[in-house]
Design a protein around this ligand. Structure first.
Ligand code: NAI
Ligand code: MG
Length: 502
């Protein structure tokens, strides 16, 4: 068992007791036991963190983060990546203890975290080369170039399903761009983000470049979003909170990027390999205990193979190893909290009361008496008006509908107010291409579901939010583009005739 470190807030490069001295218990969702505490920051602590970030952004005499070269910043990002790799197994254990994801998944996350810091180190260096890119203009007497400049102080608000990875998707590009940041992780899983603070301190990241204020959403997240000296908010979480943040930042005409919920479709045609497709279907919905914004949780399957496929899928789902995340071979752990557990069970009971059928799962696994465990659940006889079809469950629950032709499949797939992701399965690649184009989503997987790469853009449409993380788009999230236009002619501009000539 990993030792749970006792940490304070990380502000201006120092461990800082929260001003109101409050703490939030850390509950291991597999045992329901309190295993430690995190500091509960409030607006007073946010104030200090913003001040520190502002100072770090533009300290005098060239020592500041925003005006340093990309190569200078890349050195720190690489040092962070290598410390994360060194501490991988300890960090993975903390992550699994905190949010309940299987240890193997948490270890995978840590590799992605290190990879993401490395990737943005490269992009920080590339920024030095790209500066002063000329723009060709139609008037010869003008010369123009662009400068890509850091947006400034950024507020990063993140969720609990990939605690350190979601933070990294924001922290790494923000720092690479030359921004300074205040990170507010989820109160349900903040431990690894506080360890990131320890890593930053160890590598000597200049004080104030990254500040970490843990605490409750309304107490620590809201004052960050509304702070007049924070130049941008990047948020991942629920659509309800995202929408609230958007109206807050609107008052200050402050930009924000939002990565919100989803109810993503997985469309399966009649020509697929049943085994391969069934495994991806399970992975697409039950990976990370079903708590993934991009979960392909609406299965839309051709009616001719539905019964055979569902029988296979249900048998396979029943064989998934549900256990304490620390246990060897665990493939499904508990959901993150008691609140989430009750919310998911309520979704299942509402679906039943609305007339749907639970094909498999539906409740607590018999062999686990404690912990917020829920069996992988598949729900059939679903109508498009039902809550289970329309709303994001954020738990291991898949709902199913059948279709007869491609047009109907697309219509069902797009029958959602969300638009984060979608998956299509067929051996006919022309058909896959047609469906990929027709899906209203920011991410489409063909013959797979969920694989995510740091190099490729990530984000949604419709109520799944806007803005793209990862890849070069992730860096652009934290850059502002300035044009510099110079008049180079020796001649008078000549719009107003010179008074001497009148
Ligand atoms: P949430 O959206 O409330 O929390 C996400 C982050 O926002 C956390 O750091 C939280 O402290 C912060 N926050 C909460 N209220 C805030 C406010 N007024 N101002 C600023 N920041 C605030 O999500 P929560 O309550 O943890 O989960 C609720 C539901 O949201 C889940 O059941 C799930 O459906 C969905 N969700 C979706 C995620 C996604 O990646 N799409 C991630 C987490 C949750
Ligand atoms: Mg926790």
């Amino acid at each position: 068992m990993a030792i749970v470190p006792s940490r304070r807030l990380y502000i201006n490069g120092e461990w800082t007791e929260p001003i109101r001295k409050n703490r939030i218990p850390i509950i291991n969702p597999a045992t329901e036991q309190i295993i430690g505490h995190i500091p509960a920051g409030t607006s007073e602590d946010v104030e200090l963190a913003v001040e520190a970030a502002r100072k770090a952004l533009s300290r005098n005499k060239g020592g500041d983060w925003s005006r340093a070269s990309g190569a200078f910043r890349a050195k720190y990002l690489r040092a962070i990546a290598s410390k994360i790799t060194e501490r991988k197994s300890e960090l993975a254990k903390l992550e699994a203890l905190d949010c309940g994801k299987p240890l193997d998944e948490a270890a995978w996350d840590m590799d992605d975290v290190a990879g993401c810091f490395e990737y943005y180190a490269d992009l920080a260096e590339a920024l030095d080369v790209k500066q002063k890119a000329p723009i060709s203009l139609p008037m010869q007497q003008f010369k123009c170039h662009i400068l890509k400049e850091p947006i400034g102080v950024v507020g990063l608000i993140t969720p609990w399903n990939y605690p350190l990875l979601m933070a990294t998707w924001k922290v790494a590009p923000a720092l690479a761009a030359g921004c300074t940041a205040i990170l507010k992780p989820s109160e349900l899983a903040s431990m690894t983000c506080l360890e990131l603070a320890a890593v930053c301190q160890e590598v000597g990241l200049p004080p104030g470049v990254l500040n970490i204020v843990t605490g409750l959403g309304p107490e620590a997240g809201a004052p960050l979003a509304s702070h007049p000296h924070v130049d941008k908010i990047a948020f991942t979480g629920s659509t309800a909170t995202g929408s609230m943040i958007m109206s807050t930042v609107a008052q200050l005409v402050k930009p924000c990027s939002l990565e919100l919920g989803g109810k993503s479709p997985i469309v399966i045609f009649e020509d697929v390999d049943l085994d391969k497709t069934a495994e991806w279907t399970l992975f697409g919905c039950f990976w990370t205990n079903g708590q993934i914004c991009s979960a392909t949780s609406r299965l839309i399957i051709h009616e001719s193979i539905a019964s055979k496929f569902l029988e296979k899928l249900a048998n396979w789902a029943k064989s998934i190893k549900i256990a304490d995340p620390m246990e060897e071979g665990c493939r499904l752990g508990p959901v993150v909290s008691e609140g989430q557990y009750n919310k998911v069970l309520k979704f299942i009971s509402t679906a039943k009361s609305e007339g749907a059928t639970v094909l498999c799962g539906g409740g607590r696994p018999q062999h686990l008496k404690k912990g917020f465990f829920i069996e992988p659940t598949i729900i059939t006889d679903v109508d498009t008006s039902m809550q289970i079809w329309r709303d994001e469950v954020f738990g291991p629950v898949l709902c199913v509908k059948t279709f007869t032709d491609e047009d109907e499949a697309i219509e069902l797939a797009n029958d959602t107010r969300y638009g984060l992701a979608g998956a299509v399965f067929s051996k006919d690649l022309d058909r896959c291409e047609r469906v990929s184009k027709a899906l209203q989503a920011g991410i489409v997987w063909v013959n797979c579901s969920q694989p995510t790469f740091t190099q490729a853009p990530w984000g949604g449409t419709k109520r799944s939010g806007f803005g793209r993380e990862l890849g070069e788009w992730g860096l652009d999230n934290y850059l502002s583009v300035k044009q510099v236009t110079e008049y180079t002619s020796d001649d008078q501009w000549g719009w107003y005739p010179s008074p001497s000539k009148l």
